[in-house]
Design a protein around this ligand. Sequence first.
Ligand SMILES: [Zn+2]
Length: 264
Amino acid sequence: MVASFLNFKITLIVDKKSDSAISKRDFIKGEKFMFNKRKILLYLGIAVLAFIVSGMSDIVAAEKKRVMVIDAGHGGKDRGVQLNDKIAEKDITLAIALFIQQELAKEKNIDVVLTRNSDKQIDLEDRRKMIEKIKPDFLISLHVNAGFGKNASGFEIYYPALPDMISGEKNDAKNEKSKLQNKLQNDSLKMAKILQDALNALFPRKGRGLRKADLPLTEGLNVSALSLEMSFATNAEEQKKLLSAKTQEDIAKALAKGIKHFFR
Ligand SMILES: [Zn+2]
């Protein structure tokens, strides 16, 4: 488009030089023609400029747009940990995932995609396929903890362990793979630290530390990720907190704040 615009400009300059050889009538006609040509040129110029500017803003937008997948753990028949007669882990994770999406809706550079936005059962393999298709910049899987006795409390953040390199691969391929794995793990650790700080502000001295673990959800996928155990359903005080909409919203706000910080 830019090249044809330049050709047109050259033709017009040549036309202008041949003006003296034509009659007055033709000259007037020619001038009218020239005027029209100038007008066309002007419109073309505007069109080219608009094309370039819109292309540039698309590039800028594409560079800045980040995709965040929030995985609300469990769903449907897979209830997870039961908090009381009616409410289970699957309800808490969904409520918080929806709050996070709502909280980040106003962020132009972050797109939040949920693995589920209703009470439906999605098995691990389908979630993995979904993530593989979306290729998010980051994935957070939400869960509620249980066990370790009634006194166990606080939140835990798990980030994926570096997978073993496949033996028999050429060194270059190995290097590329380990570079990518390092980047994914560094990003995961960076996000884990940011979310740890964000949650510490909400639940002081409740962090149980960052833990490296195999995350079944991201096994075999090239994605920066972490899994968050938000509190203990088996701890009376935390169970009560988790059941309150206020705490669910506070957790979501803290996580959204951390996510914004990470992508800044
Ligand atoms: Zn769970």
